[in-house]
Design a protein around this ligand. Structure first.
Ligand code: DP6
Length: 343
């Protein structure tokens, strides 16, 4: 039996930072899925005893094994059949490993979709009863943010009273109205520091366990989500950039004020932030968000593209490592691939 899926990375606007077992979020988060930054995975199973081999771009990738073994352990209750199979998992990322873009959201969601696909082929029962819901639960158990990558467009993960249907166990497509300006958004990843290791997610979430500002942060994320809901409905770009930039800076402020402390922004990150905010003051619809690293995610609506591109190709690229950036945008979510298309 064989299954192949392509699944996207996603960028969070309200961040998941802090969790409790079994990989449930301390606050709700919202992201949009990307179009071009994707992982393609093929999983092939034969009857066996749970042996796993992983290939990246056709070559054995034993360094991926520990995380994948943990994933299979975490899903064993829901999918006991997986433990009596031998697995060959072949994977390929559309973005270079050196780009500093985390592959856990796209990688774990692609693998989760393959597992659910195989479960259906084998006639197994899906505990969540629905293909995407089950894939989101499994992806979450692999990596929290991966729960959001099983859908395209805007996606919410984590229960909050302000959003009907939101759940801790799985992500859901954003259920409320969105102004068209937010449906064609761009995310250009400015690669400020590609070599430098960002804080690993397990360390990062762990920092929130005894963080002096943890409770205030979790409450703030909920408030931000309520505010974002009316911003998404009204199309208020200036309120949007103001809110998502505060979210990004809060994430870094939490890391800077944790024990041990992490300062992940680089001088070029700050130079870019300065210029992006100045461009906005000058009337351009552009803003940024950050992951747990030095790179900038430049956010803008499609209508701003003709004005942003000259800045990008001009001065701004000069702050990126070797002038590199990745142009991406909101994408429509995972796709099932013809089997064995990933070598
Ligand atoms: C800053 O999903 O990578 O990107 O659940 O431990 O795998 P694990 O963490 P992960 O954390 C993502 C953190 C973030 C914010 C976000 O994507 O919401």
């Amino acid at each position: 039996m064989i299954a192949s899926w392509q699944s996207p990375s996603n960028i969070a606007l309200i961040k998941y930072w802090g969790k409790y077992a079994p990989q449930l979020p301390a606050n709700p988060s919202i992201s949009f899925s990307l179009e071009k930054c994707t992982t393609q995975t093929t999983a092939e199973v034969t009857p066996g005893n749970g042996k796993i081999s992983v290939l990246l771009d056709g070559a054995p990738a034993p360094s991926f094994l520990p995380k994948i073994q943990l994933f299979f352990k975490a899903i064993a209750d829901r999918h006991p059949w997986a433990g009596v199979m031998d697995w060959t998992i072949s994977t390929h990322n559309s973005f270079p490993h050196s780009s500093g873009i985390a592959s856990s959201a796209s990688g774990m969601s692609a693998l989760a979709l393959c597992v659910v696909d195989l479960a259906v082929q084998l006639g197994e029962r899906l505990p969540a009863k629905d293909f995407r819901k089950e894939a989101s639960v499994l992806a979450r158990l692999g990596s929290g943010s991966a729960a959001r990558s099983v859908y395209g467009g805007w996606v919410v993960w984590g229960k909050t009273d302000s959003l009907p249907g939101s759940r801790q166990e799985m992500a859901i497509p954003y259920p409320l109205p969105i102004d068209p300006v937010f449906t064609t958004f761009r995310d250009t990843v400015l690669l400020v520091d590609v070599g430098e290791k960002s804080v690993s997610s397990s360390v990062g979430h762990g920092l929130m366990l005894h963080h002096p500002f943890a409770e205030a942060r979790f409450a703030q994320a909920r408030e931000h989500l309520v505010k974002l809901q009316s911003i998404l409905a009204s199309g208020d770009l200036s309120a949007f950039f103001d809110l998502v930039e505060r979210e990004a800076l809060t994430l870094h402020a939490l890391m800077m004020s944790s024990n041990p402390a992490f300062l992940l922004m680089k001088p070029h990150t700050l130079s870019l932030i300065d210029r992006i905010q100045q461009a906005r003051k000058d009337g351009l619809d552009v803003g940024f968000t950050l992951d747990a690293g030095a790179n900038i995610h430049l956010l803008y609506p499609q209508t701003a593209e003709p004005f942003v591109l000259p800045l990008l190709q001009g001065e701004w690229a000069g702050f990126c490592k070797e002038g590199r950036y990745i142009q991406d945008r909101i994408g429509s979510g995972p796709i099932s691939l013809p089997s064995s298309s990933v070598k």
